[in-house]
Design a protein around this ligand. Sequence first.
Ligand SMILES: Nc1ncnc2c1ncn2[C@@H]1O[C@H](COP(=O)(O)OP(=O)(O)OP(=O)(O)O)[C@@H](O)[C@H]1O
Ligand SMILES: CC(C)(CO)[C@@H](O)C(=O)[O-]
Ligand code: BAL
Length: 330
Amino acid sequence: MSSSTIAVHRTIPPFRALRRDATLASETVALVPTMGALHAGHISLIHQAAQTNHNIVVSIFVNPAQFAPTEDLDSYPRTFTSDLAKLQNLNVQLESEGALGRVKAVFAPTVEVLYPNGIPLDTKQQKGAFVTVQPLASKLEGGPRPHFFRGVATVVLKLFNIVQPDVACFGQKDVQQCVILKRMVEDLHVPVHLVIGGTIREEDGLAMSSRNVYLGQKRRAAAPGFYKALKQAEAVWLEALKSGRQTVSRSEVLERFYEGMKGLGEKEGVQFVVEYVSIADFKELEELEYVDTRKGGILSAAVRVLPVEEDQSPVRLIDNIILKGPETQW
Ligand SMILES: Nc1ncnc2c1ncn2[C@@H]1O[C@H](COP(=O)(O)OP(=O)(O)OP(=O)(O)O)[C@@H](O)[C@H]1O
Ligand SMILES: CC(C)(CO)[C@@H](O)C(=O)[O-]
Ligand code: BAL
């Protein structure tokens, strides 16, 4: 088998064998969970994992449990063949760089394998075991998507139980997901070390996301303004740090964010609706009236980009910036 060959498995037993073989060889296993439609953000997580781990498992599974019946489960981009080609190219690159690890296997299970007792989208009809992380799952993204983090935590714990990785990698772009999964691992004593990779962006600053393909030309052109508004808000924080202040008020930072959002999209005829903007602590996601410049906080937001053409639906964009202070541990 050449070092760039990647096994694709749809069932669980090959991962038991992979884990056993890795342990016998004193090698580590890292898992990078994805929903496919791989982009440079995913690839950077896998690349990072391969620097310090021997065997990388990438899961590709569009998880029904994290979609409400009204959401885009059916239309979610599925690009398995090109995903696999990207992983194979990455292995060639990892080999030429002399990295420690390679992508050894892709786990692309069927819904039946992950949910042997079924998974209706309506949560009231769901039976069996699920993971809830309260009240974190009800905050921020949990407002418009109350089902979401229960679905995410449940599938991630299933993946952990199947792959039994030493390490699992997640992207900061989904910052609340990171906070919730860290909490799940801590509270349930899950023996997996979580690594959070930085957000990879398009050249114009838009955070890469599989759903960006829904935007179309006009909305795509206006979308980077959202990150610019967050950067403007961050500038207030950085100025305060520089001038040695002890706290920064929420209102100062948010005012600058809203200034940045004002008029965004006018040129392209695109409307942005801010769903939430938050400055919260790292563990409980409690909103902070004043941010301690030593401790920092998470500045995060979601916007709804309204349709500009007949066949379009609203697209939600999420993004965040860590307001870092000297004692920030993130
Ligand atoms: N731009 C990015 N930079 C770094 N990591 C990312 C980025 N986008 C997604 N990830 C991470 O990749 C993993 C898999 O994410 P997922 O497959 O849902 O992709 P996505 O682009 O976030 O899709 P969606 O558009 O559905 O939000 C998650 O840990 C996610 O945080
Ligand atoms: C972690 C995850 C793969 C679980 O389905 C998903 O929420 C994602 O892609 O961020
Ligand atoms: N990356 C988050 C997956 C979702 O929105 O369903």
